[in-house]
Design a protein around this ligand. Structure first.
Ligand code: IMP
Length: 423
């Protein structure tokens, strides 16, 4: 079995980019399987910070091939900007970066539709990143989408025009106050399409099948997190793709039996951007401290992230749905300095104490039940080995392992590649 998965287990922003970057040397191919430029994967090394949106996080490693899978949606304009940002690294992009012909394209009108739809929702808005993700996946499942492979056909621009015209009529339907200059947006779009067409398009499921037969190792990189999954997340406050393990099968064309390890990444506490329920959210100075020390601002939108204690009820659910085999705890360093740490181990749900995630986790239905653990004062950021960990951190980790019944194999103690401790 040649395919390992790497998934975020909370509401995204767990630090997947960093871990893919750390793990990449073990893999021949890194493949993104869902989502689009709503993601922002941050990598830090040699004193420089990089944010990737669509391009897999293995791009900086010399030997790894990076694949944008069929389950991903690509905005050519953002893609071009990502490529521009990479140009100073002199990477052989045509060789290192492969794109599935079956990946769908985000059109300028998809972004406008996203904005019009959100504006029409008023207070019920999802807090979308407004990158056109929802409308693009709607066209995919509605069988109207334009795929990367269409760019190799002569008549794709006719298909484009028909779809963009339909989108304009839909934007009018929303009667939202959206100002736009479509001619200008299309100018940028078609220029970016030319750049995209200079890259390597492949039948990626076939490529991955052969790679497995040749004994190559593959890491499937997820985006967002399990609680943003279209089926299992906090619907409707979710993204439009399957962020969970099964999404790797449909988003790459790998068979379930080919999957080996499932790495689950979580933060030592919880964050969320955008709207939607968040039972352990803090509105006090503890939440404020997590946000400040953890620099909790969205990598794509710059929005401040909501912060709260670790929610083990939700985390257990994610471990189950994904079949996680190894855990990685991120941002352990951010919890240094708290006297006491709380972990949510059950919910009071309609007068009953439960330990599973119910259908409805809005604040009026759910109150978290906490277990309190001792905090630690030591700064973890320069630690190099788990033997240096304070006793209270070890107790925190062991408590989580006991509850989740999965080993925590990596503890991250800072954003840099080097601040990663294996246990
Ligand atoms: P969309 O996928 O941009 O439409 O956003 C839907 C919801 O998912 C919103 O609450 C976003 O804030 C959230 N979301 C989307 N992508 C990410 C991500 O990469 N990290 C964290 N939250 C995200």
């Amino acid at each position: 079995m040649a395919v390992d998965l790497l998934l975020g287990l909370q509401w995204g922003d767990e630090g997947k980019g960093k871990i893919v970057d750390v793990l990449t040397r073990n893999y021949d191919i890194i493949a993104r399987f869902q989502g689009g430029p709503n993601a922002g994967h941050t990598l830090e090394f040699d004193g420089i910070k990089h944010v990737l949106h669509t391009i897999p996080s293995g791009i900086f490693h010399e030997d790894a091939i990076n694949l944008v899978g069929n389950g991903v949606v690509i905005d050519p304009v953002i893609f071009q900007k990502e490529l521009d940002n990479l140009s100073r690294f002199n990477l052989d992009i045509k060789k290192k970066l492969l794109i599935s012909r079956k990946a769908h394209l985000i059109l300028p009108t998809h972004r406008l539709l996203d904005a019009a739809s959100e504006a029409s929702k008023g207070k019920a808005k999802i807090g979308s990143t407004l990158k056109g993700i929802g409308p693009t996946y709607m066209d995919k499942t509605g069988r109207n989408g334009i795929r990367v492979g269409d760019l190799e056909l002569d008549n794709w621009q006719e298909k484009y025009r028909a779809l963009a015209d339909k989108h304009e009529r839909m934007i009018d339907f929303y009667k939202a106050d959206i100002q736009y200059d479509l001619a200008e947006l299309e100018g940028q779009f078609f220029k970016a399409i030319d750049t995209l067409k200079s890259l390597t398009f492949i039948d990626s499921e076939e490529y991955l099948y052969r790679a497995q037969a040749e004994g190559k190792t593959i890491l499937a990189e997820g985006a967002q997190g399990s609680l943003l999954d279209i089926d299992f997340g906090t619907y409707p406050f979710v993204t439009s793709s399957n962020t969970t393990a099964a999404g790797a099968c449909t988003g790459l064309g790998v068979a379930p039996g080919a999957i080996n390890e499932v790495f689950g990444i979580f933060k030592a506490y919880t964050t969320r951007v955008g709207s939607g329920p968040f039972p352990t959210e803090l509105f006090d100075e503890n939440g404020e401290t997590m946000g400040r020390v953890g620099n909790e601002f969205g990598a794509t939108t710059g929005r401040p992230r909501r912060c709260g204690w670790l929610d083990l009820v939700a985390l257990k659910y994610a471990v189950q749905v994904n079949g996680v085999t190894q855990l990685m705890m991120m941002k352990g360093d951010v919890l240094s300095g708290f006297d006491k740490l709380k972990v949510c181990t059950a919910y009071n749900y309609k007068g009953e104490q439960i330990s599973h995630l119910p259908y409805n986790i809005e604040a009026e239905n759910v109150t978290p039940v906490y277990t309190e653990l001792n905090g630690w004062k030591e700064d973890l950021t320069s630690m190099k080995d788990a033997s240096q960990f304070p006793a209270a951190l070890n107790a925190y980790i062991e408590f989580l392992e006991d509850e989740l019944q999965v080993p925590i194999k990596i503890v991250s103690v800072g954003p840099d590649r080097t601040q990663t401790i294996h246990r």
